[in-house]
Write a protein that binds this ligand. Structure first.
Ligand SMILES: *[C@@H]1O[C@H](CO)[C@@H](O)[C@H](O)[C@H]1NC(C)=O
Ligand SMILES: *[C@@H]1O[C@H](CO)[C@@H](O)[C@H](O)[C@H]1NC(C)=O
Ligand SMILES: *[C@@H]1O[C@H](CO)[C@@H](O)[C@H](O)[C@H]1NC(C)=O
Ligand SMILES: *[C@@H]1O[C@H](CO)[C@@H](O)[C@H](O)[C@H]1NC(C)=O
Length: 360
């Protein structure tokens, strides 16, 4: 039954849409169904509409993923990430691409990262924002099944091996993405405030709008921590190449409710077309399969009596809620609670991690 539907559906692609063999329109995809008659493939179809995108459907190292903190492995050899701005501020152009808010640094101001899980130096290509229509969703990565209102992705390419982003994106060790969850608060991160204050964000209300920003310090975007979580995955838009090292910073950045509201008012379309909010521009999470999630958070320093963290998994949801109420929903706080709340024998561990994260 399903088969027949699928075949006719695909033949619809073949006839009505771009001929699959000819030049591909690399923008011919969407996050959600568009209600206007014109068909554009949503994430579950990305991998089916063009053979060059088949990793989106059959890849085994896809992103984003749901990070289960109980699956993380402490890796003592993970050094802190190094950010190199040359001590200079940068300029960049902020775009409404119809799919994301995208900030591209100008070529005169090079920023690169190295260290941590990275064996090469990676140059910043783009700062990209994902965000939701509601506060409970909007990040691409999830943490123990929970989403955040948004996610900033700093996309870098391997400048040691490759000439540019395009070449790196399809090549081994090509891409490094630093990912930071966005949460809501009274005060906003000073870098995001430059992008999202009313005067600025309203300049890119519509698709193809662009606005130049100067004097940005990318270091301001990084939360004050050296802790992160890392895994090997893919870029999260077609063609879903499996060339990305992901580095998820163990602390969120904040924007105001008003700034989040402004983001939700951005349109995916040109001004003369119907308003379609850009929000919920997220790919659903993909299976982890055989991959390993490593972290430099030393949660393994637990007493011999400590219960195996996996046994506590059912508590996660409750803990998350509690963490939220207490305003302590960063990963360290979560791990702390998940591992240590219930059992007395974990006091030692609790004490240790508490100080570890405080010192952080
Ligand atoms: C990294 O960026 C800095 C500052 O812009 C620059 O001086 C340095 O040469 C870059 N490193 C590499 C390996 O290109
Ligand atoms: C990227 O680099 C490759 C290889 O050097 C080159 O062929 C290509 O034209 C470059 N693309 C862009 C967009 O600069
Ligand atoms: C992590 O904890 C272990 C276990 O107690 C300890 O031996 C080790 O020194 C710690 N590693 C780091 C890098 O802090
Ligand atoms: C993260 O957790 C630590 C430890 O509980 C806490 O001290 C810190 O304030 C939290 N940070 C944020 C941004 O929530």
């Amino acid at each position: 039954v399903c088969y027949g539907w699928r075949v006719s559906f695909l033949s619809f692609f073949l006839s009505a849409a771009q001929p699959i063999t000819s030049k591909l329109d690399e923008n011919w995809w969407a996050y959600k169904d568009v209600v206007q008659g014109s068909f554009v493939p949503v994430p579950s179809f990305w991998g089916l509409v063009h053979s060059a995108w088949n990793l989106c459907a059959i890849g085994k190292r896809q992103s984003p993923i749901d990070i289960e903190t109980s699956h993380m492995i402490f890796d003592p050899y993970l050094t802190p990430l190094r950010l190199n701005t040359g001590g200079r501020k940068m300029g960049g152009t902020m775009y409404n691409t119809g799919k994301h808010v995208s900030l591209r640094p100008d070529k005169a101001h090079l920023v690169n990262i190295s260290g941590g899980p990275l064996g090469y130096s990676y140059r910043l290509e783009e700062v990209r924002l994902h965000f939701g229509s509601e506060d409970s969703q909007g990040s691409e990565h999830l943490l123990n099944g929970q989403g955040f209102p948004g996610e900033v992705q700093l996309i870098h390419y391997n400048q040691d091996l490759y000439a540019n982003y395009t070449e790196a994106a399809k090549s081994p060790h090509g891409i490094a993405v630093v990912s930071i969850f966005i949460k809501l608060s009274e005060n906003s991160n000073s870098f995001l405030n430059r992008m999202l204050n009313r005067d600025t964000i309203t300049r890119i209300n519509y698709r193809h709008d662009a606005f130049l920003l100067m004097g940005l310090n990318i270091a301001d975007l990084y939360p004050d921590t050296t802790r992160y979580i890392t895994y090997e995955g893919s870029i999260t838009i077609p063609p879903c190449y499996e060339t990305s090292t992901w580095i998820l910073i163990n602390k969120p950045v904040y924007v105001t409710q008003m700034q989040m509201h402004s983001l939700r008012l951005l349109s995916q379309n040109e001004p003369y077309k119907i308003f379609l909010s850009m929000s919920d521009n997220t790919r659903p999470t993909q299976p982890l399969l055989q991959r390993c999630i490593r972290t430099n958070i030393n949660f393994s320093k637990q007493g011999r009596d400590c219960p195996n963290n996996r046994a506590l998994r059912p508590q996660y949801r409750g803990n998350m809620e509690e963490g939220r109420r207490e305003g302590r929903s960063n990963v360290s706080a979560l791990i702390n609670k998940n591992f240590c709340s219930a059992r007395n024998e974990c006091h030692f561990f609790f004490f240790y991690t508490f100080h570890l994260f405080k010192a952080n």
